[in-house]
Design a protein around this ligand. Structure first.
Ligand code: ADP
Ligand code: MG
Ligand code: ZN
Length: 488
C-alpha cells in the first residue's frame, strides 16, 4: 500500500506543477503524408508507405498543420520563431514504426507565451515555455490479458497525426490552478479552430509534472511526470494523489527519483511506469529528411489576419463595452459560437443587457432541452434580435415573447410570422383595453370595493383578470394605468 500524507503534513509543503499539453491539430490529412486523420476507420486502413515508415518513403510537411500550429502559438501569446527545426527523438515503441518520433527539440516553432488564469479567486499568469510540432504514434490495443491468451494489436491509423505539444513553466501551485490552465488552453485552441480538443477521442491530453518542496525552500523538488491525463477530473485527482504521495516520501526521509507514472482512474492512484529518460537518452538529432521550417513575416502576418478575437479579449470587451457582469461575460464566451451569436444579437438590438438575458436564459434553456448546440440553433441571432425589437417597441409583452420564442424554436419561423398566424399582438391601445377593463371592473365588485377602501394591493388581481381575458396580450403597464384611472 502506498503511504499518503495527511492534510496537516501536506500543508507544510508547496507543490510545483508544470503541464505538457498534447493537442491534435484539426487537419484533414496527416503531418507528413496525405493519409486522412479521420477517427474510427477500420484499423490500418488510413496508412501509406510514409506513415508506415517503409524504407525509402520520405516525409513532406503539411502547410495546413504548420498554419494551425502558428495559430495555436498566437492564441497562447507565443513568439513564432522565424526558423525552427524538426528533430528525431529516438525511442522504441511497438506502435511507432519508425523507431523514432519526428518532433522539435532545441529550435521549437514558438516560445515565451503565457496564459492568464483565475483559480481560487486570484488572477495569475502561467508561462508557456514553448510549443513544438510533432507526429503521433499509432495505437496498441491489448486484449485477453485476463485469461491465458494475450494479444496486442497495433493500429497505425493514428501514426503521423499532427500534434502540438505545449510546455508550461513550472508556475502552478495547486491542482485547481493546473485545471484552470488546462481549461484556458483548451478554450483558446478551440476558439481559434486549431483543434476540436475532443478529450474523449484523445485530441487533447496532458502530462502533469509534479514535485513538492518545503514551504519557503528555494530549490524545486524532484518531479514525477504523470502521463496521458484526458479529463479535468483525472488531472486534478492525479495531481492531488501525487502531492500526498510525495509528501509522505519526503516526511519519511525517503528519496524521490525522476520517473514517469500512470494514473489509474479505477483506483485514483498513480503507479510508476519507468524511470524517466533524460534528453540524452533520446539521442536527438536534426531530422535529415526535412529542411528547417521558415516562417517569414509575410506568412506570419497572413496567418495572424485570419485569427478570430480571442476569448480573453472578447470577455474584456463584453464587460467594458457592453457593460456585462463578469459572470455573464464568462458564460457568453465559453465557446466561439455562443460569443459570436450573442455579439450579433447585441449589435442588432443595441441592447446588450437584454440580449444577454435572453441568450443565457430562454434560448439556452430551449437549446438544452433539445440537446442542441447554439451553432445549430433553429432561431438565428437575427430572428432573436427581431423578437427583442418587438418587445422594445411594445408590440409583444415579455411573457408573450417567451411563448413566441418557443414557437420560433420549434418551427424555425420568425416572430412576425408566428404572431400573424396566431393572432398574437400586445394590446396597448386604450380603446380596446378599456372595454376589457370595464368588463372586469363590473364583474368584480368585491375587489373594486376593497381597492377603494385602501387595499390597493388588490389591483394585482384585477390586472391578472384583464390579462386572462386578453389571452395574455394586454400590455400590463397600460392595464395598470387604465385600472387606476377608472377606480380612483
Ligand atoms: P521532458 O521532455 O523531460 O518531459 P519538458 O521540458 O518537455 O521535459 O517538460 C518539463 C515539464 O516539467 C515542464 O512543463 C516544466 O514546467 C515541468 N517541470 C520542470 N521541473 C519541474 C519540477 N521540479 N517540478 C514540477 N514541474 C517541473
Ligand atoms: Mg515530457
Ligand atoms: Zn500516410
Amino acid at each position: 500500500m502506498q503511504e499518503l500524507a495527511s492534510p496537516e503534513l501536506i500543508a507544510k509543503y508547496e507543490p510545483v506543477i508544470g503541464l505538457e499539453v498534447h493537442c491534435q491539430l484539426a487537419t484533414r490529412t496527416k503531418i507528413f503524408c496525405g493519409c486522412p486523420t479521420s477517427f474510427g476507420a477500420p484499423p490500418n486502413t488510413n496508412v501509406c508507405p510514409t506513415c508506415l515508415a517503409l524504407p525509402g518513403a520520405l516525409p513532406v510537411l503539411s502547410r495546413e498543420a504548420v498554419e494551425l500550429a502558428i495559430k495555436g502559438s498566437l492564441a497562447l501569446n507565443c513568439a513564432v520563431n522565424p526558423v525552427s527545426q524538426f528533430a528525431r527523438k529516438n525511442y522504441f515503441y511497438p506502435d511507432s514504426p519508425k523507431g523514432y518520433q519526428i518532433s522539435q527539440y532545441d529550435k521549437p516553432l514558438s516560445e515565451h507565451g503565457f496564459v492568464d488564469i483565475v483559480a481560487g479567486g486570484a488572477p495569475k499568469r502561467v508561462g508557456v515555455t514553448r510549443i513544438h510540432m510533432e507526429d503521433d504514434a499509432g495505437k496498441s490495443q491489448h486484449d485477453g490479458f485476463k485469461d491465458s491468451s494475450r494479444f496486442t494489436y497495433v493500429d497505425l491509423n493514428r501514426s503521423g497525426t499532427p500534434l502540438i505539444e505545449i510546455v508550461s513553466e513550472p508556475d502552478m501551485r495547486t491542482s485547481d490552478e493546473a485545471v484552470a490552465y488546462f481549461a484556458e488552453v483548451k478554450q483558446a485552441l478551440e476558439f481559434v479552430g486549431v483543434s476540436t480538443c475532443d478529450m474523449e477521442k484523445g485530441h487533447l491530453r496532458c502530462d502533469a509534472n509534479v514535485s513538492v518542496r518545503v514551504k519557503g525552500a528555494e530549490k524545486f523538488g524532484i518531479r514525477a511526470e504523470v502521463k496521458n491525463l484526458n479529463s479535468f477530473r483525472f488531472l486534478k485527482l492525479a495531481i492531488e494523489y501525487e502531492i500526498a504521495r510525495q509528501v509522505a516520501i519526503a516526511e519519511s526521509g525517503g528519496r524521490m527519483f525522476q520517473e514517469t507514472r500512470l494514473f489509474d482512474p479505477e483506483t485514483g492512484q498513480t503507479v510508476g511506469m519507468r524511470s524517466k529518460e533524460d534528453a540524452h537518452d533520446y539521442r536527438y538529432f536534426p531530422e535529415p529528411d526535412l529542411v528547417p521550417l521558415r516562417v517569414g513575416e509575410k506568412w506570419l502576418a497572413d496567418v495572424r489576419s485570419t485569427m478570430p478575437e480571442l476569448p480573453t479579449v472578447k470577455r474584456k470587451r463584453f464587460i467594458e463595452v457592453y457593460g456585462l457582469s463578469e459572470y455573464d461575460a464568462d458564460v457568453l464566451t465559453q465557446s466561439r459560437p455562443i460569443g459570436e451569436y450573442y455579439d450579433a444579437v447585441a449589435i442588432a438590438t443595441g441592447d446588450p443587457k437584454t440580449s444577454a438575458n435572453w441568450v443565457m436564459g430562454d434560448l439556452t434553456a430551449l437549446l438544452n432541452t433539445a440537446g442542441t448546440e447554439i451553432g445549430n440553433s433553429p432561431v438565428t441571432a437575427k430572428s432573436l434580435a427581431e423578437l427583442l425589437g418587438l418587445i422594445a417597441s411594445g408590440e409583444l409583452s415579455g411573457k408573450l415573447a417567451k411563448d413566441v420564442l418557443a414557437k420560433m424554436f420549434e418551427s424555425g419561423d420568425t416572430a412576425p410570422a408566428i404572431m400573424e398566424r396566431e393572432g398574437l399582438r400586445q394590446i396597448s391601445d386604450s380603446g380596446a383595453l378599456g372595454a376589457i377593463v370595464d368588463e372586469v371592473v363590473a364583474a368584480n365588485p368585491k375587489q373594486v370595493e376593497q381597492y377603494r377602501s385602501g387595499k390597493t394591493a388588490v389591483i394585482g388581481f384585477l390586472v391578472g383578470q384583464v390579462m386572462k381575458q386578453s389571452r395574455g396580450q394586454a400590455n400590463p403597464a397600460a392595464v395598470n394605468e387604465l385600472l387606476k384611472a377608472k377606480l380612483s
